[in-house]
Design a binder for this molecule. Sequence first.
Ligand code: GDP
Ligand code: MG
Length: 428
Amino acid sequence: MAQQQPATFGQVVGLVNKLQQICTQLGDTAGNSILVDKLSSIVVVGGQSSGKSSVLEAVVGRDFLPRGTGIVTRRPLVLNLVHTDDPKAQEYGEFMHRQGQKIYDFEKIRQEIEDETERHLSKGSKVVSPVPIYLTIYSPVVPNLTLVDMPGLTKLAIEGQPQSIVQDLEDMCKQYIKGDNAIILAVSPANADLATSDALRLAKEVDPLGERTIGVLTKIDIMDKGTDCREVLCGRSLRLRHGWVGVVNRGQADINKKMNMADARSRETEFFKSTESYRDLDNTGTTYLANKLSNHLVNEITRKLPEIQSYVDKTIIDYKSQLTALGHDISGNRGKMLHLILTLCQKVEKAFTRIVEGGEGGGERILEVFDVKLKEAIYKLPFDKILTLKNVRNTINEADGYQPHIIAPEAGYRRLIEDGLSLLREPC
Ligand SMILES: Nc1nc2c(ncn2[C@@H]2O[C@H](COP(=O)(O)OP(=O)(O)O)[C@@H](O)[C@H]2O)c(=O)[nH]1
Ligand SMILES: [Mg+2]
C-alpha cells in the first residue's frame, strides 16, 4: 500500500483540515454550513471507457475502482476521502451500505463496488442507475475531499439496453456537475475526435465560462501512428480557461498483468519524456494533474476566505453576546461554587416567601391554593370510609392477627395511616 502520493496534495490536506477544524468548532456542519457544503468536490465525466475511473484512481494514488471496457462504472461512486491524523495509521475504506465494516484490502473494496452495483441493478431491468454508492476512504495521505466517479456517457443504446439510457446517463451526470462547487474533470480520449467529446459538451452546458472545468486527455499512448495531440495540449485547437492535461494510464493489458501504480507512473513519465511532440510540454502526466487539482482547490478556498472570515467574525460576536447575557465568570473552586449555589438558592427562597406572604405578583393565587382550595379538597376526602368501626376492626385483625400487642396494634395503625395519607396525595 506504500504507493506514492502526489506531493502537493499535502498542501491541500493542511489547509482544508485546518479550516474544517475551525468550522466544526463553530458548529459548521453539513446541511447548515458555509464551508463543509461549499468545499469543492471533483466530478469526473466523459464518454464510456474514456478512462474516467483510471484518472480518478491516478489522482488519489490508489487502485480500487473497477475499470475496463463497456459500461464498467454503472452507478455513481461518491468517494469521500477523509484525512486521518496519525501518519502511521492503516488506510481503510468503509461503505455506507456496510457501516462499521472496515475494509483494509483495496482489492476487496473494488470487488464490493462491483458486487453492490450488481445487487442493486439485478433488482430491476436497468443497466445503469443514478443511485450512488458511497465509499469513504480513511487515510493519512489524502485531503478531506469528495470525488465522484460517474458512469460514462453513450451515444447509442446497444443491444439489451433500454432506449432511455442515453438521456438517463446525461441527466445523471448533469445533476452532479451543475453545483457551483463541483470541479469538472472532463475526460476525453486522445484517440477520438475532440469535436465528438461528450465530456466537453456537457461541461460547456453547465459551466459555459469554463470557470471550473479542467480538460483531461487520456490514451495518448495509443493514438494512431503519425498523429499527436500537441495542438490540443497547447490550447490551440480548443481553448479551455483552465487548460488541458495529458495523461497515460494503464491499458487493459497492464491491468490484466496487475501493473502497480508506481510502475504506471514511471512509465507515463518516460513516455512523455521520450516522445518528441510532448517533451517540452509541462502540462502532462498524472503528477501534474494532481498538482493542478490541488492548486485549483487551494485557489477555490482562498476565493471563499472572505466569506469564511465574515462567518467566523459574526459567530464570535454572537457567542460574545450570549456570554454577556449569561453573566460573570464562576470560580472554578468547588467550595466557592457551592457557596454561590447556596446563596442563589437562599435568594430564591426569600423571594418566594416574600411573594407568598405579601400576596403580591401571583402570591394571592398561591395563598388561595393553600388557604381555600387545599382546605376544601381535604374536607371532601372520604376519611370516614376508612375510619368506620368495621373497617378499623378488619384492618387491625388482618394486619396484626394473633400477635399480642403491648400498647397498641401497631401494624394495623400503620396501615390505616398509610391509607389516609394516600388519599391526601392527590389534592396536595
Ligand atoms: N492505453 C491506455 N489505456 C487506457 C488509458 N486510460 C484508460 N485506459 C483503458 O481504457 C479502458 C477504460 O478505462 P476506464 O478507466 O474503466 O474508463 P471509464 O469507463 O471512463 O471509467 C480500460 O481498459 C483502461 O485500461 C490510457 O491512458 N492508455
Ligand atoms: Mg469507470
